[in-house]
Design a protein around this ligand. Structure first.
Ligand SMILES: [Zn+2]
Length: 285
């Protein structure tokens, strides 16, 4: 796969009205499974990594795997992206290690501070030819109370998104619109109109966090409302853990490590293909 930036894949997605799946991986196995899913569906893909995984493997090792996989699968575009970079040191490590994209998430800080730290990151990232995602509003965990998650004040406002975009020069924006991280225990109230309005006003690819647990119809409406990147983390974990638990129960118990990992990789790949098809990015490589 050509190793590209997020701007390369999201500009086309926004124009042609589909979303690129951004799948959080946790090791080589899950990275390869997601890349194989993209190759099989001829879809662009965003491989994202959360800070604990970067802490464990290191930014350079992860970039090394991604570059090698990009060579191995030359037909579809692939982006390596840091998900929820909260510490600027880690964001800089990823930029220095030649990742394709980073997220600077300072959304829990006051807007002025969020803007200034994001500005700094954008300057360094753009100088290195790397794209930046930013977040406005508060995208909570599903453990937070529903009233708090969906409270108007915690969602992204159009004026703050305009100011953030103009003053930082980011390449993709994740506005809080009522989705949450984790596995929903209730039906989330998604503010599609807000998403549409923000997308039209700031003219940036819109990013949706908290994709796990949404219905296919939710995804289709999100794409129709302007979503160009949809993040999936929890479902990847569920596929892996369910597969491992299921395999562990084989009788007689297997100690074939390769069979164990292949079984889990197949589950991740299969589910990733389903997401890619619903997001509409199949055949868009
Ligand atoms: Zn997120």
């Amino acid at each position: 796969m050509p190793y590209v930036t997020m701007k390369d894949v999201l500009a086309k997605a926004k124009k042609e009205k589909y979303a690129v799946g951004a799948f959080d991986i946790f090791d080589q196995l899950s990275m390869k499974a997601v890349v194989e899913a993209a190759a099989e569906t001829k879809s662009p893909v965003i491989i994202q990594v959360l800070p604990p995984v970067v802490d464990y493997f290191g930014a350079r090792t992860l970039a090394g795997w991604a570059h090698l996989l990009a060579d191995e699968y030359p037909l579809v575009p692939m982006v390596l992206h840091l998900d929820h970079g909260r510490k600027i040191e880690m964001v800089y490590q990823c930029i220095d290690a030649k990742w394709g994209s980073v997220m600077m998430d300072a959304s829990d800080r006051p807007l002025d501070e969020n803007i200034s730290v994001t500005q700094e990151v954008v300057e360094k990232a753009h100088a290195a030819g790397i794209t930046v995602e930013g977040e406005i509003g508060c995208i909570f965990s599903v453990d937070e109370k529903k009233e708090v998650r969906e409270k108007e004040d915690n969602l992204a406002s159009v004026p703050s998104c305009i100011r953030y975009f103009k003053e930082t020069g980011i390449d993709a924006l994740a506005p809080a619109i009522g989705t949450a991280h984790g596995l929903y225990k209730d039906v989330p109230k998604i503010d599609y109109r807000r998403l549409e309005e923000i997308g039209k006003t700031v003219d940036l690819p819109m990013v949706i966090h908290g994709g796990t647990g949404l219905t296919d119809q939710d995804f289709r409406t999100l794409v129709k409302s302007g979503a160009a990147k949809i993040n999936i983390w929890t479902q990847i974990c569920i596929e892996f853990c369910d597969a491992m638990r299921g395999f562990a129960k084989t009788d007689p118990p297997s100690s074939d490590a390769i069979a164990f990992t292949r079984f889990a990789a197949e589950r991740i790949k299969k589910r990733t293909i389903e997401f890619i098809r619903v997001f509409g990015s199949e055949g868009k490589a």
